[in-house]
Write a protein that binds this ligand. Structure first.
Ligand code: ADP
Ligand code: ASP
Ligand code: MG
Length: 417
């Protein structure tokens, strides 16, 4: 079996779906599981529905109408006079979504998020499966919620590997082309869960692991994994080969081209991951596999924008040691701050965090009851793997002030203004 993953960018419109069909026809065929994300920016649009549900319920209907219209226009484009049957399937899904909005009693925001946002993937795969069938590729639509079994940690659910593996093995038969949803699963009560934003790559890895697949291919709008994000850096170069370990490091530090949870399951079974261009599917792209760290060997740059640098020192003459550090971490956990970097000295403790859920003012208030706190907001965190002086100069010469630096043999991290 092979596993393919198509992200939102690859299926953002009718032409994207036509291209997906071409790629599957040329490169997929039978014995392929195709994992698909929501179309374009539909996950963001559904997040706005969740926002509306809690903050401005009178606007929900407008949001849903817009999302439906977006899908319908692409269905019209793809199916023309034959659009009716697909539209009716998609309407059923929208009805389910509206029913949930009407009847739900749970005030749990993360629960509501997962029940609503998951429709992006359900709708995209319904349209795509219908299109592939219409083009003569016999396709089976598989509900990932029946396969990807998780706990009830909504918005960032944790996988039950054993159950998931057993269900997938039983559900996926040979000699089929299967379309399923990335990002979504279900808990033991069969409520929908999600695996975290950009989690479709992880879904592809889950299916590959369960099926002992021969490979996973992530189809992208870039030629493969580059040594930096081309939206941020000039003169990026394609990496032909990356070892699992190196790819795990790059993803962990924030190279957003691969979801960080994707690689370890693949590494465990030595399943190669290919990252390829959906525009030029014949090109080799990048291979992540057992083998050399990086070919060609070069510095790799990662930028995380909009971070917060907090520096804590004691209010009296004490040092920042175990008990104060553990109190700081307890608060960071409580306020759901993702810790990106830490540094301590005798009298101060610095931490660079991602304020994912906008809870910074509450956190600072709590910290200030125990420490003297300075906060730098909207700072950049640069990570360079395999850095050299020239690579470092690229960051240092951009006129930004360095607030904190941390080096290991392989990696340098700079927090800058
Ligand atoms: P998808 O819809 O498939 O999830 P995304 O838009 O989330 O795609 O991710 C693809 C984008 O990731 C690329 O267009 C590119 O700008 C960005 N990107 C960030 N870091 C890298 C990198 N190291 N190599 C290639 N692309 C990168
Ligand atoms: N649709 C989800 C998101 O946009 C999952 C994914 O695309 O990987 O985050
Ligand atoms: Mg994406």
């Amino acid at each position: 079996m092979k596993v393919f993953k198509f992200g939102g960018a690859s299926v953002k419109d009718a032409n994207g779906i036509r291209n997906l069909y071409q790629v599957i026809q040329k490169k997929g065929g039978q014995d392929t599981v195709v994992v698909v994300s929501a179309m374009g920016k539909m996950t963001n649009a559904l997040e706005a529905v969740v926002e509306a549900y809690f903050e401005a319920p009178e606007t929900i209907a407008t949001h849903i109408t817009q999302i439906q219209a977006y899908h319908f226009s692409h269905i019209d484009d793809l199916f023309g006079a034959e659009a009716k049957a697909v539209k009716s399937q998609v309407l059923d899904l929208f009805q389910e979504l509206k029913d949930f909005v009407k009847t739900n009693k749970s005030p749990n925001r993360s629960f509501v998020y997962d029940q609503l946002v998951s429709f992006g993937e359900l709708v995209s795969t319904t349209i795509i499966a219908a299109y592939l069938n219409a083009q003569g590729i016999e396709t089976i639509w598989l509900d990932a919620r029946n396969c990807v079994k998780t706990d009830a940690y909504y918005r960032d659910a944790n996988l039950d590997w054993e159950k998931t593996q057993a269900v997938i093995k039983a559900a996926v038969k040979r000699k089929q082309t299967i379309i399923t949803q990335g990002f979504i699963g279900s808990d033991s009560n069969n409520f929908t869960t999600t695996l975290g934003r950009e989690g479709s790559d992880y879904t592809a890895a889950i299916f590959a692991y369960a099926l002992d697949a021969e490979s996973v291919t992530i189809w992208k709008d870039v030629p493969g994994v580059l040594n930096a994000d081309p939206r941020v850096f000039d003169n990026t170069q394609l990496l032909h080969q990356i070892s699992y370990r190196e790819a795990i490091e790059l993803a962990y530090y924030g190279a957003s081209v691969i979801h960080p949870k994707t690689l370890q399951p693949l590494q465990r079974k030595e399943i190669p991951l290919f990252v390829k261009s959906f525009v030029k599917p014949e090109d080799p792209g990048t291979s992540v596999s057992k083998g050399q760290t990086l070919i060609p060997y070069m510095p790799c740059f990662i930028l995380k924008k909009d971070q917060v640098l907090l520096r804590m020192s004691s209010l009296d003459f004490s040092f920042i040691v175990e008990d104060s550090i553990s109190a700081i971490f307890a608060l960071l956990h409580q306020y759901q701050m993702r810790v990106e970097l830490i540094q301590n000295s005798a009298i101060s403790f610095s931490v660079c965090i991602h304020n994912k859920y906008n809870r910074l003012p509450e956190l600072i208030k709590e910290l200030e009851s125990k420490f003297k706190v300075t906060a730098h907001q909207s700072v950049n965190l640069y990570t360079i793997r395999h850095f050299d002086e020239r690579a470092l100069d690229r960051i240092l010469n951009n006129g930004k002030k360095v607030l904190l630096e941390q080096r290991t043999q392989e990696t340098i991290q700079l927090v800058t203004t």
